[in-house]
Write a protein that binds this ligand. Structure first.
Ligand SMILES: [Zn+2]
Length: 152
């Protein structure tokens, strides 16, 4: 089951999800709000600006709606769970394959951390670099277009 590769999201004792040992400047609480540090406008290794952090954490929040933070949020009725799983697991495996073979990753390699991060990072691309996402992972783009109800 290569789709389960990578470290699971890390929760601290307050139930706040810390990505990559707190490197992200946003945190998503399991049952609560999203905390974004708007003062953090330094160039960031993962995020160009606060919008990206917000979208990333929103994706985690949506992902949590059905309990498990696994990159598979509850989908709209017109969507298909198998299509979502296939699109995301193929893309996730492709990215991990690139990294394992020292190839240039198609997207931010942080997405290879686990399926939850893959969903959050591809959400950033969907809004910030949709053409790039569409070029590398057209089926993921298609699923996100249905999920976010917009085609960019
Ligand atoms: Zn994250």
């Amino acid at each position: 089951m290569p789709f389960t590769m990578g470290a699971p999201p890390h929760f601290n004792q307050d139930g706040i999800m810390e990505d990559w040992a707190g490197i992200e400047s946003g945190e998503t609480q399991y049952q609560g709000g999203i905390i974004i540090s708007w003062q953090d406008n330094q160039p960031h290794p993962l995020h160009k600006h606060a919008n990206q952090v917000l979208m990333h954490e929103m994706a985690h929040k949506l992902d949590m709606l059905n309990g498990a933070t696994n990159g598979h949020p509850p989908l709209h009725r017109n969507m298909n769970n198998q299509a979502w799983f296939d699109a995301f697991s193929d893309a996730f495996n492709q990215l991990n394959h690139q990294l394992q073979h020292n190839q240039k990753p198609s997207i931010n390699p942080y997405a290879a951390t686990n399926p939850a991060e893959f969903f959050a990072v591809t959400t950033e691309y969907f809004f910030e670099a949709p053409k790039e996402l569409h070029k590398h992972y057209p089926l993921v783009y298609q699923q996100l277009a249905l999920f976010y109800k917009q085609d960019l």
